[in-house]
Structures are given as C-alpha cells and as structure tokens.
Design a protein around this ligand. Structure first.
Ligand SMILES: [Mn+2]
Length: 282
C-alpha cells in the first residue's frame, strides 16, 4: 500500500520532468486549445473536485489544467494534524493520468515542505502539523513518503507561459527583491539552493503586495502582457489591478478559477470576464 504510494509519487515527479510542454522550469503552452487555472487550494477537497469537474479533461482533449499550492489546510486528523497530503496524492494521480495536460507549478508552501521550514497559516505552523499526521498514518514508512513528496514537489516547474502573452506563476518577487532576481532560473535545472531565501525560486513564490511598477518591470523582462498569480488570500476569490494582473484564490467558498483560450488575444477586461466562481460548478 505505502509502496504503491511511493511509486505513484515517483511517477508524478517523472511526469513533471517529462511534460512535453516543459522547457527547463517553464511550461510553454501551445497556441491552440484552452486552459483552466486554479489558485491556491490548501486542502480544499470540494473545490478541487469542482475544478476537475469543470475542466472535464476527458471530454476536452485540447484543454490544460494548472494546479498550485495544494497542501496545508483542509481536513485534520483526530489530533489536529494536517491531512492535505491526501489531496496532493489525488493531484499526483491526475498528473500521471494526464501528464501533458495537467501542470502543477511550484508554490511557497511546497518549498517550505521541501526545506522543512516554518510556514504559518491561520496561526498554525503547517509543516509540523502535516508531518505529525504523516507519522501517524505512515509509521515507519514516514521518511520514505516524506522524501517522495519532497521529490515530487521539487520536480514542479516554476511558471507557465502562454503564447497569447499571459504568464501564470504562484507569485512574483516583491518590490524590494526585483534587482536581486536571477531570471536564468527559468532556463536551467532547478537547484535546492534556488528555493532557499533569498534565491530566485524562493523570491518568485513568496513575494507579495507588488506595486504596479514591479508588475510592469516583470512584464517587460518576461515579454508578456498579463500575470495570473495565486498566493495572496482574496476574500472574494480574485482581484485585479485593472491593468495587467489578476490574482486568483481557490481555497474557500468564494474561490474562483480562470478559464482562458490559448488562441485568442486578451484584454484585462476579457481576462476578468474569464473568471468562474467555483461554487457555481455542479
Ligand atoms: Mn502561497
């Protein structure tokens, strides 16, 4: 049973690395078909299931699905341990089932798990809570499962570039980190040091509260027009700067997803019009 799980996680890591749209740490989308992207999920199973139902990957062979920040939050065991690794396992199954159409991208809670560093959510340190629940579930196999999860998370690409000039990543470096950001991280192998403060993948996944100037800077550097990010909690499920940024959040009852075509041009208005409330999905 546990051996099967470890095998699955290894297959997931391989699928991340062998994704046919992957170029180093970027997923380059084709200019055909469409794409559904979720924001942070944080163990919210019901939203996860609705997002998958909406994407209907079986019936839509040209559709891609982007997932991010699946762990930390949601159901707990009897001792308050975090069971979100169960949802991660389901996401890995989906990646293995649709290896070139489901794309899981790296988020800061993933980097915190890989580094075993503290990460707070709603006043709780989530890593300790998840590892405690894993010890109760996996007993003497815990280290093996932890290591397989770490390998899966580390194998994720950093961002998705759409040829219609839309960029999707968990976040962007914050205003004061833009001078230090190493853009080469997108075009080479990821190193463990990249996800450690203050290096590139750390800055990319932890940055918050970006000014318009910072978003414009990255738009120019990365040669895109629009950013679709997660990471920052949005009570209404999304926000926009009404210019070149949308933040989506999929972790609560007001969660949203974004559904865009890959073959058409977008304006910010058209992007905002492509948001879907997850609660509206049957
Ligand atoms: Mn985050």
């Amino acid at each position: 049973m546990v051996k099967e799980l470890i095998k699955l996680l290894h297959s997931g890591a391989q699928a991340n690395q062998n994704d046919r749209y992957r170029r180093h740490n970027l997923i380059i989308m084709p200019n055909t078909g469409d794409l559904v992207t979720a924001g942070d999920i944080h163990g919210h199973r019901r939203n996860f299931e609705r997002i998958i139902a909406y994407a209907a990957l079986d019936k839509n062979p040209d559709r891609h699905l982007i997932l991010q920040e699946i762990i930390h939050g949601g159901p707990q065991d009897e001792e308050g341990g975090c069971l979100s690794f169960d949802l991660l396992i389901d996401a890995v199954k989906l990646k293995v089932a649709y290896p070139d159409r489901v794309h899981c991208i790296l988020a800061n809670h993933d980097t915190a798990f890989i580094n075993d560093s503290d990460v707070m959510k709603a006043g709780k340190e989530m890593n300790a809570l998840m590892r405690a629940a894993m010890r109760r579930r996996f007993d003497s196999w815990t280290k093996n499962v932890e290591s397989a999860i770490e390998q899966f998370l580390f194998s994720q690409p950093l961002a998705v570039r759409c040829l219609n000039r839309i960029w999707i990543s968990h976040s962007l470096p914050s205003d004061r980190s833009i001078d230090k950001f190493d853009f080469s991280v997108f075009h080479r192998m990821l190193k463990v040091s990249d996800i450690v403060k203050p290096n590139a993948a750390y800055l990319l996944t932890w940055g918050r509260a970006h000014s318009r100037k910072t978003i414009d800077f990255f738009a120019k550097q990365l040669d895109v027009d629009f950013f679709v990010l997660g990471h920052q909690l949005q009570e209404t499920g999304w926000m926009s700067n009404n210019a070149n940024l949308i933040i989506i959040d999929s972790q609560h009852n007001h969660g949203h997803l974004l559904h865009i075509r890959l073959d058409s041009k977008y304006t910010i208005e058209k992007l905002i019009g492509s948001l879907v409330p997850i609660a509206s999905i049957e």
